[in-house]
Ligand binder design. Structure first.
Ligand SMILES: [Zn+2]
Length: 305
């Protein structure tokens, strides 16, 4: 009796499965955590997101591990920053994946930086000036307005590569845009006291944040982008700061903090460890937390004066 009931249940369950085709989730590989988080916000259960780097890794320099190549091989959509941020590792991954759908120019290849205005675009590209990005500064994620722009573009791309779910993406995209707009108003209001505050940065990774909130960068610790500062270079920065003082020095969670520590000690400035992306601090658990925490840390340092 018991057995028959179980069999009937199984038969019913199988029928249900057969009647409704199982929709496989869209496989998304994000290069950096912020884009993985955005794809998750926009795709919900329709997407299966994996992220190539963590917040504690330098996104300029990643090893093309076999596991990453395998994920690229099976990906339906690759979501990266672009603007040459991943120039040292992504082309190799794409090539080795053998996956035609995610090659540059294909709908399965999405570069976030294509959808925002770039800052620091050089007039002349001179590679002797270090790791200069001809496409402009690639660290676009810390201007919260850029997240909204990329979110709209990514929604359209998800609709294009997963057409049967286009209406769900439209609805999720609109919902995200509404929640983001509201959060953005809050952040802009909270950050008002940061306007005009002079700061030093270890790497030129925060220009979009400064542009958005009106902070003033008076010094960068790296002599050239991506080049670790020597003590003699730090001495020069210290001299510069005597003429144009900074209120704090910022570095990213993925960076070696020693140059910032040196400056903090010698110029008597608070140093601020920035989450930089989702997962860069405990509070930066998602995109909303990333901006809550970023602004809270800057305000705390600014009021230490
Ligand atoms: Zn950089």
């Amino acid at each position: 009796m018991m057995n028959r009931k179980v069999h009937l249940c199984l038969a019913a369950a199988l029928l249900t499965l057969c009647a409704v085709p199982v929709q496989a989730a869209l496989r998304v590989v994000a290069c950096e955590p912020e884009w993985g988080a955005l794809a998750q916000e926009l795709g919900g259960s329709l997407v299966d997101v994996s992220v190539a780097t963590t917040a504690l890794q330098d996104p300029h320099q990643i090893q093309a591990r076999p596991g990453l190549i395998a994920r690229m091989r099976n990906a339906d959509l690759v979501v990266c920053t672009g603007a040459e941020l991943e120039a040292g590792w992504l082309p190799i991954l794409l090539q080795q994946s053998g996956n035609r759908r995610i090659q540059p120019g294909q709908p399965g290849n999405f570069a976030a930086a294509d959808f925002v205005n770039k800052l620091d675009v050089p007039v002349n590209v001179d590679r002797s000036q270090g790791d200069v990005h001809a496409a402009g500064n690639p660290h676009i994620q810390l201007d919260a307005r850029n997240i909204a722009k990329v979110g709209a573009a990514l929604t359209a791309r998800l609709q294009q590569v997963d057409q049967s779910q286009a209406s769900v993406y439209a609805q999720r995209g609109a919902d995200f845009a509404r929640r983001w707009e509201e959060a953005l108003r809050g952040w802009t209001a909270q950050a008002a006291p940061l306007k005009g505050v002079a700061v030093a940065s270890q790497h030129n990774g925060f220009v979009y944040l400064y542009h958005w909130l009106g902070l003033k960068e008076v010094a960068v610790l790296e002599p050239k982008p991506g080049v670790e500062p020597t003590v003699s270079h730090l001495q020069t920065v210290l001299t510069t700061l005597k003429a144009t003082p900074a209120v704090m020095v910022l570095y990213g969670a993925y960076q070696d903090s020693r140059p910032s520590e040196w400056l903090s000690r010698n110029a008597a400035l608070p140093m601020v460890k920035m989450p930089f992306t989702v997962g860069g601090s405990e509070a930066a658990a998602d995109l909303f937390g990333l901006f809550d925490d970023t602004i809270a840390r800057l305000l705390a340092a600014a009021t230490k004066r």
